[in-house]
Design a protein around this ligand. Structure first.
Ligand code: ZN
Ligand code: ZN
Length: 407
């Protein structure tokens, strides 16, 4: 029974793939495969003969994805790789919906590779580990964000900036998968296999239902707050109050900055203040924009669409920075205005693995939680429409946990 749609699932909850199903998906090789001796399993898994072999060969899992560009999100099956020595097998509990998922499925950033299984904010329970894994044990909770691999050797990887690996970061979905030769599939799925380095430790006692959004929305806004060294009493503006924006408000406020939100939605003014903002202003309020000229030390834009950026550069102080994390195209920049205030326009994309661990630990220590609405997997399409319609407060989290035995 699903708690979010009164059990009105089009599709019943996914079951563990049965042994027969696994044999079918893995081919006859599985039956003849000797036990590798590299897997450990928890007691419940070990009791189940089919589950105890999970990960010894590539295996089929239930997932939700699009079969065509812009297509509806529907149940399908994908292959996960056999566990390598440093791999962790996560039983996905929660995956949240980032606007990037929608852009990717809709082909806004180029045609996606199909089928497209999005999801790069993932929390799961470790149910098996490779023999060389040291970071996790079976039963631990792990998180996966926007990336699942990198070269580990380039200048950026060695400096904990795996998200900009010069040899190519492997993103969690819609990226070339070195392991399978195909493309990566994200967290809208029953299980995922990820090398341990790219799995974030989720502290014991953390609220799992609301943790997933920190793994993209949290790190994406935390990283610029850290990089530009936001200090108490500084003036920080957040443009756009959605999944990223609401985390930017919470994180900048936690750094004791004074936060102003720019929103297009009158109904979010009160929310912005509830989340910690000192002030919230509509973009269309020309008088307020004029009053706020030369005010801010840092502007963080979370806008996911092309937008006129000059008004937000005008509100920066001398030598200050507008950082575009929403990846919406910043249009209409006036060179003279930029030069006059020696202003910077920069981009920033998520953060490295160490920094992602840092934001998880930071949020846990301060009890900073994303604001979420829990949905069941059959509601993903409807949730996408609501995100596009700016009708989300402030992240949809897909509940896979309640469909699982023992949850
Ligand atoms: Zn994201
Ligand atoms: Zn690298």
């Amino acid at each position: 029974m699903c708690h979010h749609c009164d059990g009105k699932h089009d599709n019943p909850a996914p079951a563990e793939p049965g042994r027969r199903e696994m044999l079918k998906s893995a081919g006859a090789g599985l039956a003849a495969l000797p036990l590798l001796g590299v897997l450990s399993s928890n007691r419940a898994e070990a009791a189940d003969a089919s589950a105890s072999t999970l990960g010894q060969s590539p295996f089929s899992v239930r997932a939700y994805g699009a079969r065509s560009v812009g297509g509806r999100i529907e149940p399908l099956r994908i292959q996960r790789r056999a566990l390598g020595p440093r791999d962790v097998l996560l039983d996905v509990l929660y995956a949240s919906i980032c606007h990037s998922d929608i852009h990717t499925v809709h082909g806004d950033w180029g045609a996606p590779r199909l089928p497209c299984v999005p999801g790069h904010e993932i929390v799961g329970r470790v149910i098996a580990v490779g023999g060389a894994v040291t970071k996790f044990r079976v039963g631990d909770i792990g998180g996966v964000g926007c990336m699942v691999d990198s070269c580990g050797e380039c200048e950026n990887c060695l400096a904990d900036r795996e998200q900009i690996c010069t040899n190519g970061t492997t993103f969690t979905y819609n990226a070339s998968d070195k392991a399978s030769g195909g493309h990566t599939f994200g967290g809208y799925s029953d299980k995922i296999v990820v090398t341990e380095k790219f799995v974030i430790r989720i502290p014991s006692g953390m609220d799992l239902v609301s943790t997933a959004p920190i793994l993209c929305a949290g790190i994406t806004t935390f990283s610029p707050i850290r990089h530009w060294r936001v200090r108490p009493k500084q003036q920080v503006a957040v443009v756009g109050l959605g999944g990223l924006g609401h985390m930017a408000v919470k994180l900048a406020t936690s750094a004791r900055a004074e936060v102003t939100v720019f929103t297009t939605t009158p109904g979010k003014i009160a929310d912005a203040k509830r989340l910690g903002a000192k002030e919230a202003v509509l973009w269309s309020d020309a008088a307020a924009m004029k009053r706020l000229a030369n005010t801010f030390d840092l502007v963080i834009s979370t806008v996911p669409y092309a937008f006129d950026a000059q008004p937000f550069l005008d509100v920066l102080k001398l030598d200050s920075t507008f950082v575009n994390v929403g990846l919406g195209e910043a249009r209409g920049i006036h060179a003279h205005a930029m030069a006059f205030g020696r202003k910077s326009l920069v981009g920033s994309m998520i953060g490295g693995i160490a920094e992602t661990q840092e934001v998880i630990d930071y949020c846990f220590a301060r009890n900073i939680r994303p604001e979420i609405e829990l949905i069941c997997p059959d509601q993903i399409d409807a949730a996408y429409a609501r995100v596009v319609g700016k009708d989300v407060r402030y992240r949809f989290v897909i509940d896979f946990a309640s469909t699982k035995a023992g949850a």
